[in-house]
Every structure is written in C-alpha cells, then in structure tokens.
Design a binder for this molecule. Structure first.
Ligand SMILES: [Zn+2]
Length: 293
C-alpha cells in the first residue's frame, strides 16, 4: 500500500514502503512505514482517523507509575525518573536560567513540578484528562488541554519542550509553526525523539519499540529532523544523546520478539547502541535544542 500524499517535510512524491510492522504494544494491527527517498522522513501508514487515535492509548495504565504506587520496582522507576528530570533540567539551564516554560505532553507534570520549584513559571499541555487532573492537584500546576494551545499568549515562553511528543502529533508542520509563535524571539525549543537510524532501530527492525505504531505517526533520524527544522527556519543548536532510552527500548524490543532472556539481551543491546552511537552520533533517542533563525 502506498499513500497518496506527498512527503510531509519536502513534498516529494518519491515514497516507498520501508518496513512492514505492527502494533506490538496493544492491538497487533499491521502498519507500513513509508519512507521519502528525498529527505528520509518516514511516516506510519495508514494514519488512524483522529477520532480513532484514542483507542491506541491504553489510558487505564496511564497512572501506573505515579508517586501513589509502592514496591521495589516502582521505587527504582522513581529514582530513574528523578535522575532523568534533573538531567533534562540541566540541559535546559545551560541556555536559560529561569523564565517561562511550556511543556507540551507533560503527562502528570513531574518535570514541570521540578522547574516550578526552581523559580520557573511552568505551564503544561496534556491531552489525557486523568494525567492533567493528577498534575494539577498533586503539584498545583497549570496544565491545560491540547485544544488550549491556540489560545496561549504569543511570544511569551523562554523554553518550549516536547519530550517524545512530536512523533505523536498528526500535523507536525502546523505544530512547529504554533510553537514558534508562542516562543520569545530569543527562546529555545527542546524536542526529544526516537532515532530510526540508531543501532537498536536497525538491529530490531519491525520489532523496534521506538516505532510504536500507530501511536508514533512520524519516524525521524537526526538528518530528516534537521530538514523539518530548516523548513520552519529553526536552527539546530545542539543534539544530545538520551543514553537511558537505549536500554529501555532494547528491553521492550526483546519482549516484542518474545525473547525469554529479554532483560539480559536488552541490557547488552543498550550498551552496544550507546557505544556505537558515540561514533555515529545516532543514539537510540536524541534531544534537539533549537532556536528561531
Ligand atoms: Zn521528503
């Protein structure tokens, strides 16, 4: 099957089926990945209709990892999460020491809470109502529904972040233009994405957990993401590896392959991915820091 649309980034109609995969996480439905020969951007096909997207999100388990949970594994998860939050914070304060931050797809708001307790004005956008309510009441954060993005005051944010969010957004061009308008002229945009050119992506192929179809509608490499950035007059300031993600994604990919030694194989694959990433600068997931040209 080939989509009738042109490439979302460069407009080329030279598209081909790159990989056939399925939703290993929830529905087992089959999807194709369609690659543009010109810029390398890859799209999930077919794209579920907007009203059907919700059924691919297992919202029952959304809050399974929140502070309310107890137990050893959950404790470990929380330690890793708080390390992760500090790391993200440190990447951002290299550029901006305080101000207004907008986190789109903020989930239950733990990252925003950290910024908020460090004298930032924090605003969140989160489509999941349950997560929004949790963050609002637990951390007293200002978390709005996605539909309110268009009502925010223009040029008011020093930092706009989307951590593993852009790949879920149906209209990427519209979203990038929207956040550009909300950003102060000297503000920064921080976007984290899985990297389809990473060692673990290539190793696991259709089983790679970073594909996560059809929740992920777009699949980027650092090169194709840079094409998108250039198209919207955004300049790449820095790309940063997310080394923890290679372990998590490899472990999940091993599970999708039904490997009984998933924990061991996944850990090993994560190590190799980070080692190879050092040379190729193609890590499992990457953070891109951008500013307006
Ligand atoms: Zn293209």
């Amino acid at each position: 099957m080939k989509p009738t649309n042109n490439c979302k980034i460069c407009g080329s109609d030279e598209l081909h089926v790159f990989l056939k995969t399925q939703d290993y996480f929830l529905t087992n439905e089959a999807f194709d990945l369609i690659k543009c020969d010109q810029c390398g951007y890859i799209a999930t096909y077919p794209v579920p209709a907007n009203e059907d997207l919700g059924k691919y999100y297992d919202s029952k388990n959304y809050l399974s990892h929140t502070a309310a949970q107890k137990g050893m594994l959950n404790r470990m998860y929380q330690i890793l999460r708080s390390l992760n939050i500090k790391r993200k914070y440190n990447h951002i304060v290299k550029y901006k020491q305080n101000g207004n931050i907008l986190d789109i797809g903020c989930g239950t708001g733990e990252l925003l809470n950290y910024f908020s307790t460090h004298k930032w004005n924090a605003t969140g956008i989160e489509p999941n109502a349950e997560a929004r309510t949790f963050g609002t009441y637990s951390y007293h954060l200002d978390i709005k529904d996605e539909s309110e993005l268009k009502n925010l005051t223009l040029e008011q944010y020093d930092v706009i972040s989307m951590w593993h969010v852009l790949e879920h957004v149906p209209d990427i061009n519209h979203r990038i233009e929207q956040i550009k308008k909300l950003l102060k002229p000297d503000g920064i945009i921080v976007i984290a994405l899985p990297n389809i050119n990473s060692y673990d992506a290539i190793k696991y192929g259709r089983f790679w957990a970073g594909l996560d179809v059809p929740r992920h509608l777009h699949h980027f490499s650092p090169n194709s993401f840079n094409e998108l950035a250039k198209k919207h007059q955004l300049q790449l300031l820095e790309s940063i590896p997310m080394k923890m993600d290679s372990f998590y994604v490899s472990l999940l990919s091993e599970k999708y392959k039904n490997n009984s030694l998933a924990l061991f194989s996944g850990f090993f694959s994560g190590l190799v991915s980070n080692f190879k990433g050092r040379r190729s600068n193609n890590y499992s997931s990457m953070i891109f820091v951008l500013k307006k040209e």
